[in-house]
Ligand binder design. Structure first.
Ligand code: SF4
Length: 305
């Protein structure tokens, strides 16, 4: 990483009164520049309480949209227009309408990995870090959860006394879908004492093999508090970099070398610099959509405790 470009980014951040929010899956070089690094829930909360004029989001587009929805008067930028999460586009407004009609008594809980239009039609948002707590606090016997069917399965296991319906049936993250039981079994033989930490977006067959299922921030917490010094990490590999730099005396083994989110990796130091320099790419959410989408996000923040 060139020292000049880092200096330029630091000075642009200062001059423009900008906040740089960085997701856990980003490159370590971008982690180093961030004002806050975290999972999508932590970053949404950080964006809500900032007094900066500009928010630059190094993450997926839906995260930047969430920041823009919460901050209608601020400029929210994403350095690459290609950082679009494919899963976020699996739950369309048309499908929302269809399922609302099919299940009139259910609460519709959508993952933050959705577009602003889809959020605007939901009752509440959830993230992998707060889904169980939020849904438990809803006090409703039937909840539709989308678009990630594996997260819906995980919630159902944690709260068996309510009905959790995944929708649409095929929603998934292609990165987390890659892990197979044999990936984990092989590593278990090689590192029998390692603790297995898996993200709830992995398949149920992998969830069964994990010692702990948690969000990326949950994994950081577990690595800090656990007595174990070896961990098999079953999520996107940016988190492995983050864990290694946060806990240099512990060993973190990625469950697969190709667990890479191509879309999140579209953010680079160079386009981050250009983003701050030229105000690109600004997130625009139509005010009527933002107004409706704000309610389920704020409801989530409130119920997360
Ligand atoms: S890791 Fe999966 S869910 Fe996260 S942004 Fe990439 S494709 Fe979307």
């Amino acid at each position: 990483m060139s020292i000049e470009i880092v200096k330029e980014i630091e000075s642009l951040k200062k001059d423009r009164n900008a906040l740089l929010l960085v997701h856990n899956y980003q490159d370590p070089k971008i982690h180093e520049l961030g004002d806050f690094i975290g999972d999508s829930f932590e970053l949404a909360r950080r964006s809500k309480f900032t007094d900066k004029d500009i928010i630059v989001f190094a993450g997926a587009e839906f995260m930047a949209e969430t920041a823009a929805i919460l901050n209608p008067l601020k400029k929210v930028l994403i350095p690459s227009s290609m950082a679009k999460c494919p899963m976020a586009h699996m739950l369309t407004p048309k499908k929302m309408k269809y399922y609302r009609t099919q299940y009139p008594n259910a609460i519709i809980a959508v993952y933050v990995n959705t577009t602003a239009e889809t959020k605007a039609m939901a009752d509440i948002c959830i993230t992998s870090g707060n889904a169980v707590r939020v849904i438990r606090n809803l006090d409703n016997k039937q909840v539709l959860v989308g678009p990630d069917r594996n997260l819906a399965h995980y919630i159902q296991q944690q709260i068996p006394d309510i009905e959790v319906i995944p929708f649409p049936k095929v929603g998934h993250c292609y990165v987390h879908q890659k892990f197979t039981p044999s990936d984990i079994e092989k590593l278990k033989v090689q590192f029998p004492e390692a603790e297995i930490l898996a993200h709830p977006e992995v398949k149920p067959s992998i969830q069964k093999l994990a010692n702990k299922i948690c969000s990326t921030n949950g994994m950081l917490k577990e690595a800090r508090n656990s007595l174990s010094d070896k961990f098999i990490i079953v999520t996107e590999n940016g988190l492995v970099d983050r864990l290694r730099s946060s806990f240099p005396t512990k060993l973190f083994i990625p469950a697969r070398k190709d667990a890479i989110c191509i879309q999140q990796k579209k953010i680079t130091i160079y386009n981050l610099y250009l983003s701050l320099l030229n105000n690109r790419y600004r997130i625009h959410i139509p005010p009527n959509v933002a107004k409706k989408a704000r309610l389920p996000i704020e409801r989530m923040i409130e119920l997360s405790g």
